[in-house]
Design a protein around this ligand. Structure first.
Ligand code: NAD
Ligand code: ZN
Length: 248
């Protein structure tokens, strides 16, 4: 996915310049949150060179320019936010590093593959009054793109197809619809190092938990789990996937 907007335009779309920092604020412990590298005032205001990428420079933003996010109101150096944006997958969205509010539509780096949905009559432990939705994810091995840790290198795919289960009730079906949105936005998997196996350059789950055991719970990723649907709704929301996405 190529960026349609220039990085600097994305920053300016969601942050407004607040200019110089008022004197009262200068006395407080006001820091740019990006790794705490820069003090927002005084002599330590430097360009965020640690993040420089070929396109990381800016014609119109000064190193000391402070920006304020339009919705959450948090402030940080606009160049720091630009550097952070350039370090990511440049999808036209921003996430406030302080409170994680998402501006625009966050997308991920999930490789190409298939998501399929099936219906199983049998009930899940803890959900005796309904059947089961089965999701099957299949991702074949491939070559990493520029959005991945080692572009040009292959990635492996362990344990695919991966089978996942949801109760076939109202809440479960809502989670399913949101998972479809997350899949389209490439948020379900990513390429990285597996926590479980330590293998690098492999396709791994990405912060949205799935139940991969239907009738047992050997891995801890099975049923019963009375909090699962609420937990996964919160994880989806943290990626910007909420019920609002279904109304549009
Ligand atoms: P990982 O180990 O890097 O962990 C990423 C996230 O996935 C963590 O939040 C973790 O809690 C969660 N996770 C770990 N094991 C899980 C499981 N079995 N089911 C659901 N969630 C799980 O992620 P990973 O490397 O993608 O997966 C962990 C291991 O589980 C891998 O070795 C994979 O092969 C295996 N797995 C196998 C199947 C299967 O159907 N055979 C399905 C899912 C996962
Ligand atoms: Zn914020």
């Amino acid at each position: 996915q190529l960026p349609v907007q220039k990085p600097e335009e994305v920053i300016k779309k969601y942050m407004e310049e607040v200019g110089t920092i008022p004197d009262e604020l200068k006395k407080t412990e006001l820091h740019c949150v990006i790794l705490g590298l820069h003090d927002m005032h005084g002599a330590s205001v430097m360009s965020p060179s640690g993040y420089d990428s070929p396109e990381g420079g800016s014609q119109t933003l000064q190193p000391s320019t402070v920006g304020k996010f339009t919705k959450c109101g948090h402030t940080l150096h606009m160049l720091c936010m630009l550097a952070m944006y350039n370090n990511g997958n440049k999808d036209g969205s921003l996430q406030c590093p302080s409170c994680k509010t998402i501006y625009g539509e966050k997308t991920g780096t999930q490789p190409k593959g298939k998501m399929e949905i099936y219906s199983i009559p049998q009930s899940l432990p803890g959900h005796p009054d309904c059947g089961t939705i089965q999701i099957v994810y299949n991702i074949p091995p491939g070559i990493q793109g520029t959005e991945h840790p080692n572009p040009g290198q292959p990635y492996t795919c362990r344990g695919f197809p991966r089978f996942c289960f949801l109760p076939d009730n109202d809440k479960g079906r809502k989670v399913l619809e949101l998972l479809k949105v997350a899949w389209t936005r490439r948020l379900i998997f990513t390429v990285g190092t597996s926590n479980t196996t330590g293998e690098p350059d492999t396709v791994v789950w990405n912060e949205i938990h799935h139940k991969t055991e239907m009738l047992s719970n050997v891995s801890g990723h099975g049923y019963p789990d009375p909090n699962y649907l609420d937990n996964v709704l919160a994880e989806l929301a943290a990626q910007g996937v909420t019920e609002d996405c279904l109304r549009r």
